[in-house]
Design a protein around this ligand. Structure first.
Ligand code: CA
Length: 220
């Protein structure tokens, strides 16, 4: 029986990953450093510093300095702001606003630190401060289990009553490390195999397919 669902945000609630992909690729290209679109998806959820260091080590054979991190992340952020606001993923607004009526608690668990996050999520998805766990709430972000453990504790539910919804390998690893069931939805550019190897219990190809299945499983 599902009594609580913990939704990731980017690539699950909003089709925001194409903006991240574009901005990461262009920010590295400006530095003359190779970075593939797939890598934007493979590293989704990693801190900017973590991603930049990883790419520096691989491409240049040494880590990034604080100045490198600051410069590239600033450029990436500027590029993000130049992109149009991402649309919601199909079927997710209907799902999140209908689950509470079926007696299911809804939480959003994201590494994002956007200042206007609660306002945005409250308007679109009925999320409140108490049902949002964001980057500022945790010491260690995904792939550490901390964000999902916090959601579990706040929900007051047992592990077996909760489902995590994720699109990214590091998010799936975080949910599994918290001992939770993870439904993955492959909305990005990675092979299904990568999400399954990260530990996904179930895999869907569209948010609509996932929403239909969750409605079935939570129907009373
Ligand atoms: Ca995500």
């Amino acid at each position: 029986m599902i009594r609580a669902v913990f939704f990731d945000m980017d690539g699950v609630l909003y089709d925001s990953m194409p903006n991240h992909e574009y901005s990461w690729c262009k920010a590295f290209e400006d530095e003359g450093i190779r970075f593939s679109p797939e890598e934007a998806y493979a590293n989704e959820g990693r801190t900017a510093k973590g991603t930049i260091n990883l790419v520096f080590n691989r491409e240049l054979g040494h880590g990034a300095t604080d100045e490198d991190v600051e410069r590239i992340y600033k450029r990436k952020t500027e590029l993000m702001h130049s992109r149009p606001q991402p649309p919601m993923m199909p079927g997710m607004q209907e799902l999140l606003t209908s689950l509470p009526a079926a007696g299911v608690k809804v939480y959003v668990v994201t590494g994002s630190r956007q200042p206007s996050l609660v306002g945005k999520l409250s308007h679109a998805f009925g999320i409140r401060q108490e049902t949002l766990i964001c980057g500022a709430d945790v010491q260690k972000g995904k792939p550490d289990p901390e964000p999902y453990l916090m959601a579990l504790e706040r929900s007051g539910c047992e592990r077996g009553e909760c489902v995590v919804v994720e699109n990214a390998p590091l998010g799936i690893i975080s949910g599994k490390a918290a001992g939770l069931t993870v439904w993955a939805v492959n909305t990005g550019k990675l092979a299904d195999k990568i999400l399954m190897e990260a530990g996904a219990d179930r895999l869907f190809h569209t948010t609509r397919e996932l929403a239909d299945e969750m409605r079935k499983e939570t129907a009373r």
